[in-house]
Design a protein around this ligand. Structure first.
Ligand SMILES: Cc1cc2nc3c(=O)[nH]c(=O)nc-3n(C[C@H](O)[C@H](O)[C@H](O)COP(=O)(O)OP(=O)(O)OC[C@H]3O[C@@H](n4cnc5c(N)ncnc54)[C@H](O)[C@@H]3O)c2cc1C
Length: 366
């Protein structure tokens, strides 16, 4: 029987462990805390699922495949992990990122519509279309219950026969060491999120602090929304977490284990101001709760999926847009581990040209 060790029980590691266990691998999953612990990138209450990725087709296709994966998982456990409320993109330019996205969605047959800015009032109880050229409506997009999903998938993995080991792994040649015990397998996958740079300093990764704000607003069933050019995004209430309104612009460098778990007052002020401008009825809404998370950013927001030594893979650099893809990404990585194909060159350790088009952040301060 083929054997694999996966380090990291975030959404990437747990989804991969589940996939491999269900396709005949003997799987050990190593996690230093518990699956779904709050320092994980995967432990935000919610994450958006969208297919629009600017000019990029690869991620648009992967996201589309993942959407079905999330729907299937929800059916399997008898509890939805994904709320398909749609996503409205607020396009500020006629021929910017959203227009390019619409072109790719059209060529892939993914449902979408281009709407007048005033149509925003169809989706939200109050909406100010100021500064917008058009809206891109993606009906088959929405909100994932991220932390819940991460915990559920880790549990399904264990039920499928995965051995969950609690401890901090360090590389030991082509094996790993956990609390002095050496574990070996045919393949090792390091899916350690923001902890990877400490283990593999050669990776082109920067970890940044990301503050997330949820406001005390009970707009249930309203779509997710993204104002790409100013890096603002959010969604209506899901599971009582209130209205999310936050920024995708990268924060300051951050250490995931020891970094502050308190959001900055500037983040609160910026999100409040945006909320009041775009949805005037929500001016002055108070923060219901906040979370601190982190991005593991590559320069071009392309992930790292790289075999660093024979049988040893690094799976990281999610760049703040990896959650939605997890069920489909697990299938892609399983094919790599089986040697069915080579990884796309885009995921390698080559010199990367800075770009943000894969993220929901067109903001640039330079
Ligand atoms: C604020 C914010 C908003 C986001 N919004 C979206 C969104 O809307 N849509 C979207 O698709 N994505 C989004 N993302 C990105 C998404 O959350 C991440 O891509 C995804 O969660 C990454 O999962 P992961 O498994 O790689 O990392 P993590 O969830 O961080 O998991 C890594 C795990 O590895 C463990 N680990 C690390 N090193 C070791 C070790 N040596 N030994 C044992 N265990 C170890 C850690 O404890 C951790 O549990 C967002 C991220 C943030 C921070």
């Amino acid at each position: 029987m083929k054997s694999v060790i996966v380090v990291g029980a975030g959404i990437w590691g747990s989804s991969l462990a589940l996939r491999l266990a269900e396709t005949g691998w003997q799987v050990t999953l190593v996690e230093q805390h518990t699956p779904g612990h709050v320092r994980q990138a995967s432990a935000g209450e919610t994450r958006l699922l969208r297919s629009a990725h600017g000019t990029d087709e690869w991620y648009a296709r992967l996201s589309r495949t993942a959407r079905q994966g999330w729907l299937d998982l929800g059916e399997r456990i008898g509890e939805p992990l994904y709320h398909e409320h749609g996503t409205v993109w607020f396009a500020r330019e006629e021929h910017g990122w959203e227009r390019a996205s619409a072109g790719v969605l059209g060529s892939l047959g993914i449902p979408h519509e281009l709407l007048d800015p005033a149509d925003g009032r169809r989706f939200f109880p109050d909406f100010a279309p100021d500064g917008l050229a058009f809206l891109l409506w993606e009906p088959e997009a929405g909100v994932l219950r991220a932390r819940r999903a991460t915990q559920v998938i880790a549990r399904l993995a264990v039920q499928a026969g995965v051995r969950l080991v609690t401890g901090r792994a360090v590389p030991y040649g082509e094996a790993i060491s956990v609390a002095g015990e050496v574990l070996r397998a045919d393949r090792v996958v390091w899916a350690g999120g923001a902890w990877l740079p400490a283990l593999f300093p050669e990776l082109p990764l920067v970890v940044t602090k990301q503050d997330t704000l949820h406001f005390d607003v009970a707009w249930r069933g309203t779509p997710a929304w993204v104002d790409y050019d100013v890096s603002a995004y959010g969604h209506g209430d899901v599971d009582g977490v209130g209205m999310k309104c936050t920024s995708d612009a990268e924060g300051l460098p951050y250490e995931p284990e020891e970094g502050s778990r308190t959001v900055d007052p500037e983040s609160v002020a910026a999100a409040s101001a945006y909320l009041g401008r775009r949805f005037p009825a929500l001016a002055g809404s108070r923060v219901l709760f906040s979370q601190v998370c982190q991005y593991a950013l590559t320069p071009d927001a392309e992930w790292i999926i790289h075999e660093t030594a024979p049988g040893v893979w690094v799976l990281g650099g999610d760049s703040g847009h990896g959650f939605k893809h997890a069920p489909a990404l697990a299938g892609y990585v399983a094919g790599l581990l089986d040697g069915e194909y080579a990884p796309e060159p885009r995921f390698g350790l080559h010199e990367r040209t800075p770009a943000r088009g894969l993220r929901t952040s067109g903001f640039t301060d330079g």
